[in-house]
Design a protein around this ligand. Structure first.
Ligand code: 8YV
Length: 312
């Protein structure tokens, strides 16, 4: 019999086909009563296949006595209760590296989009407003200071991308990177004060919850811009909405939010934001590579082989 796998959310069809062939899948997102569904299959489920934003809670893990592996389609494991996994010897895998370039590209694209008013310009041309006036002037991208909060694999890739944009770069991380020529900040507020654009690519989770707070936004100031391609949790969203509405910062480009996809409707009313639907890794090429990694990890686990990309 094929191993039973609980899926937290759908994968693209090109992954669902081989997943169905190799495993008995339990599709949690289609269950009308999640608790009853989990209880009915709890004695069979040996793995969870989840996604970055869906994770796996301590409660869910506790309800699955036969659980051996949590495989995450995504690099961020902040929504998976790693302590609960560790306590029971449950292995965890993610999909690092294959998405670095895409997330970095979207970060740069969002910065350009909001500062150069690309979506506003598109709407302006389509609506015919062009015949009656001019688009409000934008903000120059080159020559400014860009601060990257989080300087891991994706943060480093963003810096490499931006090295062609004639901007001055700084980064915020716990420890300075010995091989980076860019300015290091140990304080996020200090970097926000220094930079024109703050790009957030910190891991989610308790350690970074609300780290972009009112004080950081005040330091960014009325000429400062925020780009977030990490997790909605890294930003104090109440403080951000207030700062955007009051023009205490110039604007924001956001790919991640609290309560996705049911985001705060106040965002949609703002004209100084560009909003995308958690799409940092959302290219066909990268999503194929992520799905493949999830499946290779599941295969390795059930074959008793070393995992391909285990989470330490
Ligand atoms: C999601 C992500 O996993 O990698 C991450 O941490 O948040 C994303 O890549 C993706 O949206 C698929 O659900």
């Amino acid at each position: 019999a094929s191993p039973h796998v609980l899926m937290m959310g759908a994968y693209p069809e090109w992954d669902m086909v081989p997943m169905r062939e190799s495993y008995t899948l339990h599709r949690l997102w289609e269950a009308p009563d999640r608790q009853a569904f989990i209880a009915a299959h709890a004695q069979e489920i040996r793995a969870i296949a989840t996604r970055g934003e869906l994770g796996a809670s301590a409660e869910l893990i506790a309800a699955l006595p036969k659980l051996e592996l949590v495989s995450c389609y995504g690099v961020g494991t902040d929504a998976i209760d790693l302590a609960a996994c560790r306590a029971r010897g449950i292995r965890v895998t993610n999909t690092p590296d294959v998405l670095n370039g895409d997330v970095a590209d979207l970060a740069v694209g969002l910065m350009l989009a909001v500062q150069r008013r690309i979506p506003a310009g598109d709407a302006f041309v389509r609506s015919g407003a062009w015949a009656k006036g001019a688009l409000p002037l934008a903000t120059r991208v080159f020559g400014q200071r860009v601060g990257i909060a989080g300087f891991g694999r994706i943060g480093g890739t963003i810096a490499r991308r931006l090295s062609g944009f004639d901007v001055e770069l700084g980064y915020f991380s716990r420890t300075p990177k010995a091989d980076s020529p860019h300015r290091h900040f140990a304080s996020l507020s200090a970097m926000a004060d220094w930079c024109d654009v703050l790009i957030v690519i910190l891991p989610g989770g308790e350690a970074t919850r609300g780290i972009v707070n009112a004080e950081v936004l005040r330091a960014l100031g009325p000429k400062g811009w925020l780009v977030n391609v990490s997790r909605g949790t890294t930003v104090d969203e109440g403080a951000l909405l207030q700062a955007l509405e009051a023009r205490e910062i110039a604007g924001a480009a956001l790919d991640v939010f609290l309560n996705e996809p049911g985001i705060d409707p106040r965002f949609a009313a703002l004209d100084n934001v560009v909003l995308t639907p958690h799409h940092g890794s959302g290219t066909e090429q990268t999503r194929r590579a992520m799905g493949e990694l999830v499946r290779r990890n599941l295969e390795a686990h059930f074959a008793g082989l070393p995992l391909i990309t285990p989470v330490a």
